[in-house]
Design a protein around this ligand. Sequence first.
Ligand code: 2P0
Length: 325
Amino acid sequence: MKSVKVKAHANIALIKYWGKKDEKLFLPFNSSLSLTLDAFYTITDVKVIDGKSDVFYLDGKIQDEEETSKISKFIDRFRKLSNKDFCVRIDSKNHFPTAAGLASSASGFAALAGALNEIYETRLDKKHLSIMARKGSGSATRSLFGGFVEWKKGHDDLSSFAEKFDDANWDIGMIIVILNDKKKKVLSRAGMKQTVETCPFYPAWVEDAKKDLEDIKVAIKEQDLDKVGEIAEYSAMKMHATMMATRPSIIYMQPKSLEVINMVKELRHQGLSCYVTMDAGPNVKIITSSRFKDEIIDKLKNIIDKDKIIYSKVGTDLEILERVI
Ligand code: 2P0
């Protein structure tokens, strides 16, 4: 029986993607740039089955019709491209809390796209696979690659894709502070739409993101942790400002998030290189390096359970773990 097992890592944007120009094609208003994380990943098994509909297991639980039909629509793209109409059973396991603002959809759709490319023998190269993954979830387009990854916004289906910008073969990593691993209230997709439609500052966000992207690319090439962190923090805080200035306002930050942010600022004042970024949830990610991480984690332990603090190094490209075709 044909089967494939694929691993893809999560990514955290340093220059954030927030808002779609085209909701059907998942074309973003601005280009983004992320760091792939080693400690958070999805492993997806896909097997050919005899049935007339796909079967979808997430973290060991069979998914209902609604969830399965979303995935089936994504699989249909591969069925159409390959002219093969067989159905599949998917077993996807997230090695981190789902929907906690840690972008499990990114590694999830990246792993799924990688597995479907094998099982349907569509032979898409990484660029075209990234275009496919994008249509599952925007941020998934970046999770096919390790290191620093740029998602070029493009202007149509074929020009919007991600590619590796830099291997990140230097001492940079992230401390993930998990403040809430429950499903979030306002999903990113709805939050983005509301921001585009009602935030009066949104055009400024789009315009400013261009410069942030150019600046961070220079900082990455210089392997300058402080510059990279400073620009990333700026991008994240601007994104949260646009979310807050919607009608009604969207506030992902919680009191604990602010406590961590203030602690990071204080540690920075004391000379440690550390900067925050946040996504569509209350969790805080601290951009730092192995040199500073222990000292930062020690401080964090005063206010957060130690099992909710995870240091991650840089993750690698999508990996095919097993392939029986
Ligand atoms: C990012 N986020 O760049 C931004 C920053 C959250 C905040 O991409 O609608 O799951 O599937 O394209 O990719 C999370 O949103 O949204 C996200 P869809 P996605 O990582």
